[in-house]
Design a protein around this ligand. Structure first.
Ligand SMILES: Cc1ncc(COP(=O)(O)O)c(C=O)c1O
Length: 380
C-alpha cells in the first residue's frame, strides 16, 4: 500500500510504543486543496459539498445523497422523517454507539424499544424485531456493527409486512457490501454514514444520509438547512421564502467536504487494507472471532473476537501491558440512565457482551504488527 502515507507517530506510554486500536488517516496531499478552500472566500456549504456528494453518489450508486455535519445528524434527520408523534416507537439495538439511539429520544418524544442481538455477532436479531412490533412502531434501526452487514433483506421484509421504515446505521460500514451491492445502494429507506475522525473516510466530522425515495431526499435537503429551500432564487439574496417545516443546521461545509473529496482517492485502498488484515487474523487466530454475515462483506472497521471464561477484562490488561490497545469499543446502551424508561430482557446481548473484544485491524498495521497481535491473542 504505497499511496498511504502515515503522518502521525503512534501513541507512547510507559510500555513504549503502543499499537493503537483506531487511527486518523490524513494524507499530506490534503494540504493544498484544504488551504485553497480555506482562503477561497467560500467556506460554508458550496461547490466542494456538491463535488463530495457527487463522488459519493457515484461510489454508492444512488443519487439521493445528503452530506451533513455528523453521522448523528444524519440519523436525527431520518428519525425526524419517521417519528410523527410523541410515543411513536423505534425498534433498535442496544449494542452500538449511543449516537444511534440518543436522537430517537430527542425527536418529538420518540420511544426506544430494544430488540435483542445475536450472541455471536452482536447484530440485531430479526426474530426478536418481529416480536417487538406494536401498533406504535414506526421504524427499525439496524447497526452494521464493526462493518459487518445485518440481515438487511429479512429486516426490510419484516418492515414491509408491517408498513414500517428501515434505517441502516452504517457508521462503521463505509464500503461494506450486501449481496454484492455497496450499502446505500437502495438497501433500506435510510442509510447513514459517519465521516468522524477515525472512520475509514474522514471529513474531520461529518456524515451522510442516503435515502431510497426522492421525496425523502428533497425533504431531508430542506431539513438539514433550517427547512429553507436554498435553490429558490429570492428577490433579496439573504431572505428566504416561506418556510413550511422547522429544520436544523446540519449541513456540511466546504472545508470538511474538501477533506472528503481528497479522502475518496484513498478510501478503497484503506478498506482493502482493513480486509487484508482481517483475513490474516481469520487464517491465524485460534480463538472464536466474529465471521462475516453470509450475504455481506465487512469493511472491518472493527475486528471482534470472543474471550471466553470471564477473562475478557484480564485480556484487555494483558494486551495493553504488551503494547496493544484493545477494547469493547461500545457499551451496551440499555443500562444507561438516560434510557432507564426502556427495559427489556436481552439474553443474546448478555451473552455477547460478556466476551466480545475488538483488536486493531486497520490500515496502519504492518504485517509484523498483525503477527505480534495474533501471537499475543493465541498465547493468552
Ligand atoms: C454505530 C455508530 N452510529 C453513529 C455514530 C455517530 O456518528 P458521528 O460521530 O459521525 O456523529 C457513531 C460514531 O462513531 C457510531 O459508531
Amino acid at each position: 500500500m504505497t499511496k498511504i502515507c502515515d503522518t502521525q507517530s503512534p501513541k507512547k506510554n510507559d510500555q513504549g510504543t503502543m499499537i493503537p486500536l483506531f487511527k486518523v488517516f490524513m494524507p499530506e496531499s490534503v494540504k493544498k486543496p484544504l488551504i485553497d478552500t480555506l482562503m477561497s472566500g467560500y467556506i460554508g456549504q458550496g461547490p466542494r459539498v456538491e463535488e463530495f456528494e457527487s463522488l459519493l453518489s457515484k461510489w454508492i450508486r444512488n443519487s439521493n445523497v445528503l452530506t451533513v455535519n455528523a453521522g448523528t445528524s444524519a440519523l436525527h434527520l431520518a428519525y425526524h422523517m419517521i417519528i410523527e408523534n410523541s410515543g411513536d416507537e423505534i425498534i433498535t439495538t442496544p449494542m452500538t454507539c449511543t449516537a444511534t439511539n440518543t436522537p430517537i429520544v430527542n425527536t418529538k418524544g420518540g420511544k426506544i424499544v430494544w430488540a435483542d442481538v445475536d450472541p455471536y455477532t452482536g447484530l440485531i436479531d430479526p426474530d426478536d424485531i418481529e416480536k417487538k412490533i406494536t401498533p406504535r412502531t414506526k421504524g427499525i434501526v439496524m447497526v452494521h456493527l464493526g462493518g459487518n452487514p445485518c440481515d438487511i433483506d429479512r429486516i426490510n421484509e419484516i418492515a414491509k409486512k408491517h408498513n414500517l421504515k428501515t434505517i441502516e446505521d452504517a457508521a462503521h460500514a463505509f464500503g461494506s457490501t450486501y449481496k454484492g451491492r455497496r450499502l446505500g445502494n437502495n438497501t433500506s429507506d435510510f442509510v447513514m454514514f459517519s465521516f468522524q475522525a477515525i472512520k475509514h473516510l474522514t471529513t474531520i466530522d461529518g456524515g451522510a444520509l442516503i435515502t431510497k425515495s426522492k421525496d425523502d431526499y428533497k425533504r431531508g435537503k430542506l431539513l438539514r438547512w433550517y427547512g429553507i429551500d436554498r435553490e429558490i432564487k429570492s428577490e433579496d439574496l439573504r431572505c428566504e421564502e416561506d418556510v413550511k417545516e422547522a429544520g436544523y443546521k446540519f449541513h456540511m461545509n466546504d472545508v470538511c467536504a474538501v477533506v472528503g473529496v481528497e479522502m475518496m482517492k484513498y478510501v478503497e485502498e484503506i478498506i482493502a487494507k482493513h480486509r487484508a488484515n482481517a483475513k490474516f487474523y481469520n487464517d491465524n487466530l485460534k480463538v472464536d472471532y466474529v465471521k462475516e454475515s453470509s450475504d455481506g462483506k465487512s469493511a472491518y472497521w472493527m475486528y471482534t473476537i470472543h474471550i471466553k471464561g470471564g477473562r475478557r477484562d484480564e485480556f484487555i490488561r494483558y494486551m495493553k501491558d504488551n503494547g496493544v490497545l484493545v477494547s469493547k469499543v461500545h457499551s451496551r446502551n440499555d443500562t444507561h440512565t438516560m434510557f432507564k424508561d426502556f427495559k427489556a430482557e436481552l439474553p443474546g446481548l448478555e451473552e455477547y457482551y460478556k466476551s466480545m473484544c475488538s483488536i486493531p485491524v486497520g490500515w496502519w498495521l504492518a504485517e509484523k504488527e498483525c503477527v505480534k497481535i495474533a501471537d499475543l491473542v493465541n498465547k493468552f
